[in-house]
Ligand binder design. Structure first.
Ligand code: FAD
Length: 400
């Protein structure tokens, strides 16, 4: 019976960060084991809006710092993967919209047009003429201006599937009751983990360990006695609308403060309708609201923003979710993917779905600096370990 194995890299956490990294490392010849406690992609990843940000919304608010310039490279990097010409084959991924859009309410138009024509944004934002508008905005009642961003919107469940498939031999689905013992030696180096699951034990030795555990990271840092980094959670109260309106919408609405008032994406349901998914300021400002209050706010705001859309045949739902990130002063948004390596443990948060490729670059660079090379053979895993379960589209569970 197999009770211990050796591998090059153990990745704990199978969201976008762990999955992207596992694919890259496998291509480079490393043997990996990726461990997931929930379902693969079922954390923040599947709950994201799927927008491959290029940083436009941060430029608008003046918060695109120099170090966040990495994000401006992400749309083209993902588009190469979608076309089968990038570092990972994402040709099977469903593209929900080739572009995300930004619309301004009346009165902001000329200010925004001047801003978007600025050098910083040239080529990344296009003002559209009326005949180029996506169908949902082609209504005489729409009076604002509409801009097209160079940001593709993806169906995230299909991204997760595309990333799990190539590495499924190395992906392990832990059960709810599973426990991982972190075996740290006297020098403070982690060189083994023991997986206790289904009344069985497996000891896994590796050259290096990567934590891509999202919100679960702080618990593991405590178990490892790591004082840093520390994690912050930034909560959201998201709103979902299921309705028979035939057209999807992918857009940020810019209000008077030039902050996205609402970010709307649309996700298909199995019965052929759309779930419109509302984030942005409405989700950030709705933390103290009950479900009923949050829905009432959303109804009022969206009807005001899109007065020509009929919301009478609509089902509404909300849910709460945390964004897990490295701790910043005053709970602000971190501006790039984050990876800190101590001894042989890398602690990572991509901070954006879009930044998973950037995070993998950083980790691969650190492995190279530590001279960690592939030097194991592919381990045979014991039969009792479960194969990966891929997260389902989470919005389906909220509606009839
Ligand atoms: P997660 O997806 O949370 O994955 C961590 C995984 O680790 C989970 O599957 C969890 O089950 C597992 N885990 C935790 N503890 C353990 C343990 N002890 N053992 C084993 N496994 C464990 N970004 C964008 O770029 N575009 C967007 O449109 C966008 N929209 C967003 C909308 C919302 C509502 C939210 C919350 C985030 C959004 N983001 C977006 C951000 C993006 O979703 C996250 O930055 C990204 O998904 C984080 O990926 P991750 O792999 O670090 O974390």
């Amino acid at each position: 019976m197999i009770d211990s194995i050796k591998t090059d890299i153990v990745i704990v956490g199978g969201g976008i960060a762990g999955l992207w990294l596992a694919n890259r490392l496998q291509q480079l010849g490393y043997n990996c084991l990726i461990l997931e406690k929930g379902s693969f992609g079922g954390g923040q990843t599947v709950k994201s809006q799927g927008i491959i940000h290029g940083g436009t919304k941060y430029t608008l608010t003046g918060t695109l710092t120099k170090s966040a310039e990495a994000i401006s490279q992400m749309p083209s990097r993902w588009r190469q993967c979608l076309a089968g010409e990038g570092e990972i084959d994402l040709t099977s991924v469903k593209v929900l919209s080739q572009h995300h859009y930004m619309w301004s309410t009346q009165g902001l138009g000329s200010k925004l047009t001047t801003f978007f024509a600025s050098k910083a944004l040239r080529g990344r934002v296009n003002k559209l003429s009326k005949k180029e508008y996506p169908t949902v905005f082609q209504n005489p009642a729409f009076k604002g201006d509409l801009y097209q961003l160079d940001e593709v919107v993806l169906d995230v469940p299909s991204v997760i599937q595309a990333l799990v498939k190539p590495i499924q031999q190395s992906a392990v689905q832990l059960t709810d009751n599973a426990e991982i013992d972190w075996q740290v030696n006297e020098q403070g180096t982690l060189n083994k983990v023991v997986i206790n699951d289904q009344n069985q034990r497996l000891t896994v030795s590796a050259q290096h360990f990567v934590l891509t555990t999202g919100e679960g990271t702080q618990d593991i840092l405590n178990q490892l006695n790591f004082a840093t980094p520390q994690m912050q959670l930034r909560p959201l109260h998201m709103v979902m609308i299921k309705h028979p309106h035939p057209h999807p919408i992918y857009a940020h609405c810019i209000g008077a403060q030039a902050l996205p008032k609402m970010t709307i994406t649309s996700h298909p349901t199995t019965d052929g309708q759309w779930v419109w998914y509302l984030g942005g300021a409405i989700a950030e400002n709705g933390l103290d609201k009950s479900t009923e209050e949050q829905i009432a706010t959303a109804k009022q705001q969206i009807q005001q923003l899109l007065p020509w859309v009929d919301f009478s045949q609509t089902q509404w739902a909300t849910f709460r979710v945390n964004r897990a990130e490295p701790k910043q002063n005053s709970l602000v948004r971190p501006d790039a993917a984050y990876c800190q390596t101590q001894n042989n443990v890398s602690v990572c948060w991509p901070t954006k779905l879009a930044l998973a490729p950037d995070l993998a670059d950083q980790i691969i660079k650190q492995l190279s600096q530590l001279n960690i090379q592939p030097n194991t053979t592919q381990a045979v895993l014991p039969d009792w370990l479960n194969p990966p379960i891929v997260s389902a589209p989470f919005w389906q569970e909220y509606f009839d």
